[in-house]
Design a protein around this ligand. Sequence first.
Ligand code: NAD
Length: 352
Amino acid sequence: MFDLIREGGHELAMLCHDAESGLRAVIAIHDTTLGPALGGVRIAPYATDEDAVRDALRLAKAMTYKASLAGLNLGGGKSVIIADPARDKSEALLRSMGRYVQVLGGRYIPGVDSGTTQDDLRVLALEADRVSCVGADPSPFTAAGVHAAIHAAMRHLHGSPELTGRRVAVQGVGHVGAALAGLLARDGAELVLSDARMDLAEAVAGQLGARTVEPDQIAAVACDVFAPCALGGAIDDAVLGALDAAVVAGAANNVLAEPYHGVELHRRGVLYAPDYCANAGGIILLAEELLGHDAATAERRVRGIADTLDRIWRRSRVEDLPPESIADRMAEERISAIRRLGPPPVPQRGTY
Ligand code: NAD
């Protein structure tokens, strides 16, 4: 266990057990150099305890990078509850989790993840002082961030963010994908939509005057932008073989099935918006809410995703490295610079 934590550079992995509620959970904190560790609470029936620990550690580290690159004063954390969300979720389970979160005194701030809802976080908040995702739905902000990323890609390639007549293929029209499609339709983009639930795709397409294709066809659509907004691993060997897009920019996490898929996109000259940069709109909203700021401030900051991508792509071109490698470096550079500052100059005991 300690090898795992040392290799990942994590600060903490806490195992939580409560016999009464049946809680078995892991809270992982990767790095709090920039601020308290924000990250969702995932509920999933892991096959082994080690799978749960590994998942929590991996996801916590990803949150550190996401918050750093977005310029937020937050660190990275994540927690997992080993349970079936459909069967095992109860008020007692969630409140028990909230008590463990409270033990950490605000160093870990939980949010929504797969298996939890905003209502679940409201239950956690009965026990823990600092909880996110209890206000506005972050999905429209995530969509606005991806929209900004697509504009930035157009500007990078064509000198103008203009989308009129450009074709965008959207994979998955759930919370984020449908909102993104709406924004793109207003821009005059030609939309091709798909979803594992084709009834959903047809309904959104009907509203926006778009066309649909079957889920196994969407990655092969000849288009300016392929926007993966469904599950992770959207770019794998099969998709790479079929992809006919100039840009890949979407909301999904872990878009690249393996790192070499990103290297291959770069080699082919396909402009990739690193997933955790393009989909940072939601976390930007959550950070602004924690600071007590309004939605307008969050919207302004979400538009800043375009500038971050611009810096990533320019550096990617100069250094001839894939954008996701540059994004990782930029996130690490910011953390290192702040770490070197040392502790803030607070008055010491007895000096005031
Ligand atoms: P969602 O569950 O509302 O929507 C996902 C949609 O994808 C569903 O309609 C589902 O039917 C569809 N889908 C699943 N498999 C598919 C496939 N193989 N082909 C086509 N469609 C498929 O989720 P969401 O909140 O819209 O999030 C979309 C993605 O963005 C997820 O990967 C999520 O992790 C990521 N993300 C979301 C947010 C947010 O604010 N909601 C923030 C950051 C990242």
